[in-house]
Write a protein that binds this ligand. Structure first.
Ligand SMILES: *[C@@H]1O[C@H](CO)[C@@H](O)[C@H](O)[C@H]1NC(C)=O
Ligand SMILES: *[C@@H]1O[C@H](CO)[C@@H](O)[C@H](O)[C@H]1NC(C)=O
Ligand SMILES: *[C@@H]1O[C@H](CO)[C@@H](O)[C@H](O)[C@H]1NC(C)=O
Ligand SMILES: *[C@@H]1O[C@H](CO)[C@@H](O)[C@H](O)[C@H]1NC(C)=O
Ligand SMILES: *[C@@H]1O[C@H](CO)[C@@H](O)[C@H](O)[C@H]1NC(C)=O
Length: 949
């Protein structure tokens, strides 16, 4: 809810939105979602979201002027389900009259630094769909509202614009940036959030709130605050109206001097307030009454209850021009030594689990459509995708995938994802049974990354179904734990496939502990059709050749027909990378280091490194080992150099026969803390590329932004943290190249989860992989980031992959776009023991043909009976590729192989509004195509509702 103060009519009109907000899942992140709702861990964090709604609705009914805004639909949904129909009717009435307004309206308020756009679009769609179906157009939020996220991504603004929001408000930005904007009255600006979409498609009016998400000083009237209430009985001794008014007017005038229009907004409320809403409303009613009464004596201040959309309308009506911003709001610092760049990496295992869960969810959604209704009710039970959709949606929260929650809360998010996946596995099995005609039980192996799969380890004959969720064919290296020494593998046509058996590495044995005992890995390349599956059969070969053996010497090089990598024989480290097709070679050294985390005991500041904050106590990291012990394996399918740096750091440098990227599979942990030093582990790539301080990182996995060390595009930076102040989120890729030359070298690193990184010195790119800290950073977690688990009581071990490609900048995106999509949406393997039924369909594609390289099939999900939601995306920026940065046209009727498309309507990005009703944008789509042909321009995402059979 909000109040608006408006200066008086005859001088100037102006609002102050005294505003109240609640409904945030966890700014202090102490409780799980359920605990917050019921308020049942009040020993940890007092918060009972259910009482807030009970209390606020009651108070809104008492005075028609009062307003309230509600942000996160996940919580609202829980409350709504439990209400009587008469209460629901009352709330509908409040919504229709604009007294209760939804803002943002996603399932949660997502994090901006560590989320992937595909999951953000999904979680927004989930929340906004509920609001539309429950309240119709009056429930549709017009304003995006991210009062708490710790820095703001350009891609989020772009998505919000395409979802039809008219404006965006947030609370946190760099303190130097804010100071400059206050002076220049640029706290409200026009964010041009895409360099490729035609304006105003991605333009978003963006406002910075005056007090974060808090009320002005001295004006907090909640049971959780201790500011004095307004005591307005003149007969009583502690009458304080004059004092309140004086303080209030001082604040209002001060605030209006740093904003551009005569209207200002004030947020009245904070985390978990309004459980007893009477306290707030009673005092706000009085405040409004007394402030406005001063108008009789010439005051020009007018205050009223308002909402963000109402405030935004006044900004619009003011008809001013707004500063244009084209970069983003990272990194965020709230003081000279307090950079919120640690959470880019915090809880790397949860970050990877969230990312792979997204891949699994998209597969589940697609198979629900392709397999038809029987997928939801099949031979293996009731499958459903809703639990996974909701689990993924809450995992996007700014204290979830960000890694900034307490340990037990992180465990709760992971448990929700696991539970969702369990339900989806039933759906996937049902769908694959329907599509293949085989009812043989299907086994999922979720721990293949650590060579654990009981079926493949024990079975003498099994088959592997490889489902590819991408709309283009993929080649994928399969590595299966086995105990035999030789196998025969054949593809869906019965043709035998080259395969090899290699010993499981000691690093893998170490990390899997006693969860599996396979001694070998069976490796072979699979080729999976677009949006479909193929099946390989594997059988033990009793008299086959012996498995490949490891060599203890560092090889001079490994190579395939695309890439060659050399190693330094003395150190065992990488020494160069060549692209054999383009004949490029760079010097490349890679090693692992750790920063000694600040413990807060420091003359400059007492800020320690923690879940949010990254603050190394020195700018020079310690090298973990100058040399790596190595062993290597060379087979026709894959070549590996296995490097050991320390008992807690190892890596496999891997190149398979058909890969255009070098894989670095790192395993880091448990980080030792017996020296009482918190550690932040990075890997650093030092190259011969002359980067002149520039490097590039993606925004939420989509558009790439240029970064420069010790520099911000919109203000003159006083750098106070040479490492932490140069870190940026890397969601899916980062690269370095020589500036302004298109035929030089570009080294791209594709990541498998969100991580933080930077380019501190010329030619260098570093990525933070894992962190273990001994102090809380005083931003609300109230725990040190010191991850352990049942399996790793001495500290978490984390494994992940980086993919490196070297290309000329002019064609680098042609390589890294599909590479990154292949990591985000990776094939799903399922297994069946023994022989498959003779009539089993071994291969299937849901598409008539692969989509063109520029087009990504972002969403295919069941919407309703006979209705399917489809999103097609142009995945190239306008400047990125000579070949692919061109408009492409797709014919929706010729898209699917098994679905007959009967009708199509286009929606906004979040699917809660018909495109033709979207008033925000004024562009005219090209009309020289038939209605089935849809053209996508660079970076465009188009969302369709298809009627199908
Ligand atoms: C307006 O001014 C008069 C004369 O000074 C005073 O008596 C009255 O209380 C004032 N009204 C308000 C609302 O402050
Ligand atoms: C807005 O300002 C422009 C330029 O100053 C002016 O031409 C236009 O008429 C104004 N529009 C309104 C609605 O006042
Ligand atoms: C595989 O071999 C290892 C080592 O010989 C053994 O410990 C393990 O039990 C075997 N697994 C199976 C399923 O036989
Ligand atoms: C970190 O975790 C380890 C293992 O549980 C524990 O022994 C140690 O006391 C913890 N340290 C801090 C500062 O929490
Ligand atoms: C919004 O919900 C209404 C029902 O309340 C439905 O008729 C309409 O189709 C929905 N709009 C969209 C874009 O889905």
């Amino acid at each position: 809810m909000q109040l608006i103060f408006s200066h008086n009519v005859w001088l100037h009109i102006c609002f102050v939105c005294l505003f109240v907000c609640v409904s945030r899942v966890a700014c202090t992140c102490a409780c799980t979602v359920d605990q917050y709702y019921y308020g049942d861990r009040n020993d940890i964090q007092h918060a009972g979201v259910q009482y807030i709604l009970d209390s606020v609705v009651d108070q809104l009914l008492k005075n028609p002027d009062r307003r309230f805004i509600y942000v996160e639909t996940a919580f609202f949904y829980r409350w709504w389900k439990r209400q009587s129909s008469s209460m629901q009717q009352t709330v509908r009435q409040l919504v229709n009259e604009g007294r209760l307004e939804f803002v943002n309206g996603g399932w949660c308020m997502s994090d901006e630094a560590t989320t992937h756009y595909s999951a953000v679009i999904d979680q927004m769609t989930l929340g906004l769909r509920f609001l539309n179906e429950t309240f119709g157009p009056c429930g549709r939020p017009r304003v995006a509202w991210h009062i708490d996220p710790f820095g703001h991504a350009r891609e989020h603004a772009s998505m919000f614009a395409q979802m039809g929001y008219d404006g965006f408000f947030f609370g946190r930005l760099d303190y130097q940036d804010r100071d400059r904007r206050m002076l220049d009255k640029e706290q409200e600006l026009l964010w041009r959030a895409s360099d490729s979409l035609t304006p105003p498609m991605a333009d978003l009016l963006t406002g910075i709130l005056p007090n974060g998400y808090n009320p002005p000083n001295g004006f907090c009237w909640d049971q959780s605050c201790d500011d004095p209430p307004i005591r307005d009985d003149p007969d009583l001794e502690d009458y304080n109206v004059d004092d309140v008014l004086k303080r209030f007017l001082t604040i209002a005038n001060g605030q209006s001097s740093v904003y551009k229009t005569n209207h200002i907004i004030m947020t009245m409320g904070s985390d978990f307030q309004y459980e007893n809403a009477n306290l707030w409303y009673k005092n706000l009613d009085k405040l409004i009454l007394y402030v406005n009464a001063l108008q009789a004596n010439g005051s020009n201040v007018n205050v009223l209850y308002s909402t963000p959309s109402c405030y935004l309308q006044e900004l619009h009506r003011a008809n001013l021009t707004w500063a244009l911003k084209t970069d983003d709001f990272f990194p965020y610092a709230d003081n000279a030594h307090d950079f919120w760049t640690g959470y880019f990496t915090s809880r790397p295992a949860l970050k990877r689990y969230e990312r792979i869960s997204n891949s699994n969810l998209q597969t589940c959604n697609q198979l629900e459509v392709l397999g038809g209704p029987v997928s939801r009710k099949g031979p293996f039970g009731e499958g459903e995708s809703q639990t996974m959709k909701k689990a993924m949606a809450v995992a996007q929260h700014h204290d979830a995938v960000s890694g900034t929650e307490k340990q037990h809360v992180a465990n709760d998010y992971a448990r929700r994802l696991a539970n969702g996946w369990k339900n989806c596995q039933v759906l996937v099995s049902n769908s694959l049974a329907a599509l293949s005609g085989s009812l043989a039980p299907r086994i999922h192996c979720d721990n293949l990354n650590i060579s654990v799969c009981p079926l493949t380890e024990t079975s003498k004959k099994f088959s592997v179904n490889v489902y590819n969720p991408l709309a283009r064919p993929v080649t994928w290296l399969v590595r299966l734990p086995v105990n035999g020494t030789a196998y025969i593998v054949s593809d869906a046509r019965g043709k035998s496939v080259e395969c090899e058996v290699v010993p499981v590495s000691s690093a893998t044995r170490e990390v899997r502990r006693n969860r599996g005992f396979a001694v070998n890995e069976l490796v072979f390349l699979v080729q999976a059709p677009p949006l479909g599956f193929t099946t390989y059969s594997v059988s033990l070969h009793a008299h086959g050749p012996p498995p490949a053996s490891t060599r203890q010497r560092t090889p001079a090089a490994i190579q395939n027909r695309f890439l060659r990598v050399t190693f330094d024989p003395d150190t065992g480290l990488l020494s160069s990378l060549s692209n054999l097709k383009t004949k490029q070679t760079i010097k490349l050294t890679q090693n692992f280091y750790w920063y000694n985390a600040s413990d807060g005991n420091n003359s400059l500041s007492n800020q320690p490194s923690g879940a949010y904050i990254f603050r190394p106590n020195s700018s020079t990291p310690f090298v973990i080992s100058k040399t790596a012990k190595t062993e290597s394996i060379r087979t026709a399918v894959v070549q590996e150099v296995r490097q050991w740096f320390a008992p807690w750091v190892s890596q496999v440098v891997r190149l398979h026969a058909d890969s255009r990227a070098l894989e670095l599979e790192w395993t880091v942990g448990p980080l030792p803390i017996d020296d009482d030093l918190g550690k932040e582990v990075i890997t650093r790539l030092d190259t011969s590329i002359k980067t002149s301080q520039y490097f590039y990182t993606d925004s939420n996995g989509r558009e790439v932004l240029r970064r420069k060390t010790d520099f911000r595009p919109t203000w003159h930076l006083r750098q106070s943290e040479p490492i932490a102040g140069n870190y940026y989120p890397i969601n899916s890729r980062a690269f370095i190249k020589v500036l302004y030359t298109d035929d030089a070298d570009q080294l791209t690193v594709v990541t498998d989860r969100s991580q933080g990184g930077g380019s501190i010195s010329n030619g260098s790119l570093e990525i933070m992989l894992h962190r273990r800290l001994l102090y809380d950073d005083m931003r609300g977690v109230a725990e040190p980031l010191n991850e352990t688990s049942d399996i790793f009581p001495e500290g978490l071990v984390v494994r992940g992959r980086l993919l490196l490609s070297l290309d000329p900048p002019a064609s680098a995106a042609d390589a890294h776009r599909p590479l990154a999509q292949g990591v985000v949406l990776q094939p799903l393997l399922t297994f069946t023991d023994g022989d498959l039924h003779r009539n089993t369909q071994l291969e299937f594609s849901g598409l008539q043909a692969a989509l063109p390289p520029a087009v990504h099939l972002l969403t295919l999900t069941q919407w309703d009976e006979g209705l399917v939601l489809l999103r097609l995306e142009h995945q190239f920026q306008s400047w990125e590729s000579k070949v692919n940065s061109q408009p492409v046209t797709v014919n929706l009727q010729k898209l699917f192989s098994t679905l007959v498309v009967l009708g199509v309507s286009e929606l906004n990005l979040s699917a809660n509004q018909w495109k033709e009703e979207m008033r925000r944008f004024h562009w005219t789509p090209q009309t020289d195509f038939s209605t089935w042909e849809m053209t996508l321009r660079p970076m465009e995402i188009r969302t369709f509702l298809l009627r199908v059979r």
